[in-house]
Design a protein around this ligand. Sequence first.
Ligand code: HEC
Ligand code: HEC
Length: 207
Amino acid sequence: MRGYVRADLTCADCHIAAGMLPRGGSFIGTYARFPQWNRRAHRVIALQDRIAECFLYSMNGKAPAYDSKPMISIVAYIAWLSRGTPIGAKPRTSDSYIVPLPTAPPNLARGKALYRQRCEACHQPDGGGVGSVYPPLWGARSFNQGAGMAHLDRITGFVRYNMPQNAPGSLTLAEAYDVAAFVLSHPRPRFARNALVVTPALPAKYF
Ligand code: HEC
Ligand code: HEC
């Protein structure tokens, strides 16, 4: 993936166990849900378009061409993980980590204290992580502002079910919400629209 990615992240940092873990950003069944209507793009998108989005935003990079080896390999892998899923099958609730958020605003002071106790040992006090062992949570090498993970509902659910990595599921929803808001209160790369590949305006030819 070198050449396509600016963030110090791999797909598996957010799609845990290479996309095989329910509530861990699983790709099981994903292939059967594409092509699909996309509200942000206001058009029908192919799986390749969705993968391109994670390259642009989550990996703060640029998307490989749709007929390139990396793109075809990723699509083939997701298709293989999804084998047996009926086309159009809705994701099971038990596969998604997205949860309704508390209605009160998050408590950043509590989030900061939790970060010190439960996250800092791996992700570091400056949020920069450790090489390829512990991924960065904010700063220049993290996902950019356009990423799904930069939305409070996604990151809260992800943290609620998957972090801390040495004790997943040990945070309450309120705790995950506060610590996730603390993470998002730090700077991260802006999405530099001009610098990057623009996905085609029409549905892709490769379904
Ligand atoms: C910083 C975290 C992060 C990284 C890194 C990341 N993704 Fe994602 N990805 C997400 C989030 C968040 C979603 C949306 C989850 C949701 O809305 O249910 C998502 C969704 C997706 C989906 C749609 C899944 C579905 O079932 O609808 C695909 C496909 C995908 N990512 C592929 C990739 C690939 C391939 C890579 C590596 C090139 C990658 N992602 C890297 C966070 C990430
Ligand atoms: C024991 C080390 C460890 C601890 C503690 C830990 N993490 Fe992680 N974190 C990881 C690893 C490793 C990954 C990559 C995914 C995986 O392999 O599970 C990750 C991935 C992530 C990601 C998605 C990838 C990225 O860099 O954006 C987020 C968000 C995250 N952690 C937040 C947290 C938060 C918040 C806490 C504290 C509540 C926490 N983590 C505690 C090791 C840790």
